[in-house]
Each structure stands twice: as structure tokens, then as C-alpha cells.
Design a binder for this molecule. Structure first.
Ligand code: ADP
Ligand code: ADP
Length: 228
């Protein structure tokens, strides 16, 4: 796992001669191995903050560091899950999970066992040879989560990963994610609209102010479940 520091970060978007201040002086420390949830109203800059932490975009002011070093490019050892499944339609579930392995030029067979373990963990053990269009939305999202984890990234970013799912699937995914997190112990940043989900999953919950986003409050969640 990795530690992250967000120092006085602002992000201003300029489009069509109009400026949007998405983040305004955000300070935040994310400890190694911590599960941090970020909640706040729509448009307060949660996704923007996540993109800056992943190095997918750069701050207008301030600095984001990871393990002490400033982020200047997309973070390589990163797992990322968005609200909508991100799968390649022409690849089977297993081949989608192997995507990062292929990208790194590693051998699929060295990762076959862990890919199958991950697929089992997300309830897709019997679906490895199916194509995305053969699966329900919830199953596609589970495949996306497995795909984000196959290269064992020390940092996992999730932007409303359960947002498009029905309540029951959401609940099951929450339990699955908790189990996965307990067994792998990565640094996780989890964006959600659901304060319930945040409190149930996270060690700390960051509450952001309405636009422009600032850290409003940080809630430490008392440790109630066995960890490690
Ligand atoms: P949240 O994830 O909390 O809903 P976002 O980070 O998506 O919020 O957006 C924060 C603000 O920044 C919003 O006003 C949004 O319209 C604006 N914004 C986000 N990305 C861009 C972009 N690429 N160009 C212009 N404005 C953007
Ligand atoms: P959704 O999120 O779309 O409501 P879920 O992911 O909760 O769907 O799927 C519910 C269950 O329905 C799955 O666990 C699976 O057993 C079954 N199912 C859904 N789609 C398919 C499919 N294409 N092939 C086989 N079983 C499916």
C-alpha cells in the first residue's frame, strides 16, 4: 500500500471562456493501507480529486504526492473502477481480467490462478469464457473490479463503483469488496453518494463541501470489525 498527500490543491477548468473551480484548496492525507471514503454532493469535485490522485489530471495549484514523490504522470500501479463497467467487448471475461497482464508483457499463464481466484471472489467463477454482452450490468461491474485488481495494485480508486446497481446487488458487492480489502490490504479511495456505504466500508470518511469542493469534515470510523 501507499500513502498519499494532497497539499492545498485547487483545480480550475476553463472551457468556452468560462472557468469552473472544481476544487479549492484541498488538504488531505491518506495513510498507507487505509480505506478512505469520499462523500459530498454531486459536482463538488470528488471525481476530479480522484483523477488528480491517480495522476490522470494535474492540479492547477498545489501538489499531490504518492509515497513522498510528486505525481507528474498517470500512476502506473493503479487499480481503477468507474461507475460504468469498462470492458473490452471483443474479449471474454477472463481475457478482460488479463488486460493489465498483457499490457505489461507478462505471461497470462503465470496469472491464471490469481485471475480465477479473483473471478471466484466476485462471483464470476462460471463466467470466465463469456463475453461482456452476455452478462448483466452487475456482473460486468464485478468483472471490472476483478480486472482492476489482477496486477495487485497498491492503490485502488473507485468512483461510485456500485452507483448503477440495484440495492441488493449493491449490498452483495459491498460485502465482497470488504472481504477483498481485508485479504489484500491496499490503499483504497472510494467515492460514493451513500453515507451508509461509506461508514460501513471505510476507516475514515471525508465529507466535501458543495462546489467548489473543499474538505469539510473528516470522520474517523471506530474500528468494529476484525482487521488483518
Ligand atoms: P463530483 O464527482 O463530485 O460529482 P466532479 O469532480 O465530476 O464532481 O466535478 C466538479 C466540477 O468540475 C463540476 O462543476 C464539473 O462540471 C466540473 N468539471 C469536471 N470535469 C470537468 C472538465 N473536464 N471540464 C470542465 N469542467 C469540469
Ligand atoms: P444486475 O446487477 O443486472 O441486477 P446481478 O449481477 O445481480 O444483475 O445478477 C443477478 C444474477 O442473475 C447473477 O448472479 C446470475 O446468477 C444471474 N444472471 C444475470 N445475467 C445472467 C446471464 N447473462 N447469464 C447467466 N446468469 C445471469
Amino acid at each position: 500500500p501507499v500513502s498519499i498527500a494532497v497539499r492545498n490543491v485547487s483545480k480550475v477548468f476553463a472551457r468556452d471562456g468560462q472557468e469552473t473551480v472544481a476544487l479549492d484548496g484541498v488538504d488531505l492525507d491518506i495513510r498507507e493501507g487505509e480505506f478512505l471514503a469520499v462523500v459530498g454532493p454531486s459536482g463538488c469535485g470528488k471525481s476530479t480529486l480522484m483523477r488528480l490522485i491517480g495522476g490522470l489530471d494535474m492540479p492547477t495549484r498545489g501538489e499531490v504526492t504518492i509515497g513522498g514523490a510528486a505525481i507528474t504522470a498517470p500512476v502506473t500501479d493503479l487499480g481503477i473502477v468507474f461507475q460504468k463497467p469498462v470492458l473490452l467487448e471483443w474479449r471474454t471475461v477472463l481475457e478482460n481480467v488479463m488486460f493489465q497482464i498483457d499490457m505489461r508483457g507478462e505471461k497470462r499463464r503465470d496469472h491464471l490462478d490469481s485471475a480465477r481466484q479473483l473471478l471466484a471472489a466476485v462471483g464470476l467463477a462460471d463466467f470466465e469464457n463469456r463475453y461482456p454482452h452476455e452478462l448483466s450490468g452487475g456482473m460486468q461491474q464485478r468483472a471490472s473490479i476483478a480486472r482492476a485488481l489482477i496486477h495487485e495494485p497498491p492503490l485502488l480508486l473507485m468512483d461510485e463503483p456500485f452507483g448503477a446497481l440495484d440495492a441488493l446487488t449493491r449490498e452483495q458487492m459491498r460485502l465482497d469488496l470488504e472481504e477483498l480489502w481485508l485479504s489484500t490490504r491496499k490503499t483504497v479511495i472510494f467515492i460514493t453518494h451513500s453515507i451508509d456505504e461509506a461508514v460501513l466500508l471505510a476507516d475514515r470518511v471525508v465529507v466535501m463541501t458543495p462546489r467548489p469542493g473543499r474538505v469539510d469534515r473528516i470522520l474517523d470510523i471506530p474500528l468494529e470489525r476484525p482487521r488483518g
